[in-house]
Ligand binder design. Structure first.
Ligand code: GLY
Length: 411
């Protein structure tokens, strides 16, 4: 099996690592110096069908695994499938579930999936009208791909107005949503048609600072599985994954690939905050180490329409701490020398590279999120202790990390 992973971040490093563990020879476009420790880098634009097709033919690739949403939104999966190439991911229309919040909301309503009440506003007048009637719709979402910067949870209607004005200027339209309360979990299903297999709940920590303070980020750490007594992953999927897959299949637009439901577990049951059409980052960095063996059979099975009969088996806990660059998330600074990567690995952790580069023997910061240090254990505390012990070996000027990843395990 020869696999091509598209992307260059920590999620793609984890995917490559897991595919290699399953016996695949892995290439990554464009990859990174960190990913190059497990997979050969291939130059090219991973959103370009021409570049990817060229690599697939030249390298005799059997399976293509897009990491981020952008290649999928641009139609890479559909274009490659039309050439008879196995790809893990949805076609252009399926990818709109992530690209357009309004489209996702329409599908959720049609499928009867529990989610927040919302209004689509295409100009500021509509924002004013909505907030006059529904002052509680203070979650403002850009209706387009926004690289993690398109959702603002305002404290009140005045804050929502300010956020909406800015996002309408940037993206054209926004969704104003009712604010829901409860613990959040990420639920990722590997899907083909109506069929799906679940990974366990994971939890991401979006805020920059310990105590859930500071600005939103791409994610400062994650852990999996998330113990919860209130509702199981299977129950959530029956309400939030199954009905969407059925609707799409009934409409003659079956979905294939990862479907990520960002869920909030409210007093009235689980509700969908958002869908993504890919694996989460940094959730992938903890989900893949938490399962037995490699994720390869599920990705390859979905790509070929033959999902394994069982879900991946959860055999341990994993917890990841992200070390981020000085200035992240607004203006991350590159160039600081990174020490201690080898010591962290020697301490037993997995170190997935998100924003690094190698100059000879020296590793440097080259992105906002730099590395995700993953500890594993039989229980949650052991995974946490192992992650933090290993992360303490890694040093670079201005490093930022949270002290409280996984401090509260229950929901
Ligand atoms: N961790 C959130 C995301 O991947 O979108």
């Amino acid at each position: 099996m020869r696999a091509l992973v598209l992307g260059k971040g920590g999620r793609e490093h984890a995917l490559s690592w897991s595919l290699v563990a399953g016996g695949a020879t892995v290439f990554a476009m464009p990859g990174s110096d960190g990913i190059a420790t497990v997979a050969e880098s291939v130059a090219g634009d991973s959103t370009s069908t021409v570049d990817v097709l060229d690599a697939v033919r030249r390298l005799h690739i059997d399976l293509v695994v897009p990491g981020p949403e952008e290649p999928l939104v641009r139609g890479i999966a559909e274009d490659l499938r039309a050439q008879g190439i196995a790809v893990f991911g949805p076609d252009r229309l399926g990818a709109q579930i992530e690209a357009s919040k309004a489209h996702a909301k329409t599908l959720m309503r049609a499928a009867g999936i529990p989610t927040a009440a919302a209004s689509l506003c295409q100009d500021f007048g509509a924002v004013e009208q909505t907030l006059a009637v529904h002052p509680d719709r203070t979650v403002v979402k850009a209706d387009g791909l926004a690289a993690g910067k398109g959702v603002i949870v305002a404290d009140d209607a005045a804050g929502a107005r300010r956020a909406a004005r800015r996002l309408i200027g940037q993206y054209g339209s926004v969704l104003l949503e009712e604010r829901m309360r409860g613990p959040e979990v990420s639920l990722i299903a590997i899907c083909h048609g109506r069929d799906y297999r679940l990974l366990p709940f994971a939890r991401d920590h979006k805020r920059l600072l310990t105590g859930d303070l500071g600005p939103n980020t791409g994610g400062m750490g994650a852990f999996a599985p998330v113990p919860t007594t209130s509702v199981t992953a299977e129950e959530c999927a029956e309400r939030t994954i199954g009905p969407l897959l059925k609707l799409l299949d009934d409409r003659g637009t079956p979905y294939s690939g990862a479907l990520y439901a960002g869920l909030i577990l409210t007093e009235r049951g689980p509700k969908v905050l958002e869908y993504n059409v890919r694996f989460g980052d940094p959730e992938t960095e903890v989900l893949l180490p938490a399962i037995a063996g490699s994720i390869l059979p599920w990705l390859d099975g979905a790509a070929r329409g033959r999902l394994p009969s069982e879900a991946p088996q959860v055999v341990r806990n994993a917890l990841g701490v992200v070390l981020a660059a000085q200035g992240y998330p607004d203006e991350p600074e590159s160039g600081a020398e990174i020490a201690g990567l080898e010591a962290a690995r020697a301490a037993g952790a997995l170190v997935f590279h998100a924003g690094t580069r190698r100059l000879g023997d020296v590793w440097q910061v080259a992105g906002g999120r730099v590395v995700c240090v993953v500890g594993q254990g039989e229980g949650p505390s052991e995974a946490r202790d192992n992650a933090y012990a290993a992360a303490s070996f890694i040093r670079f000027t201005g490093a930022q990390w949270r002290e409280d990843i996984g401090r509260s395990w229950d929901v």
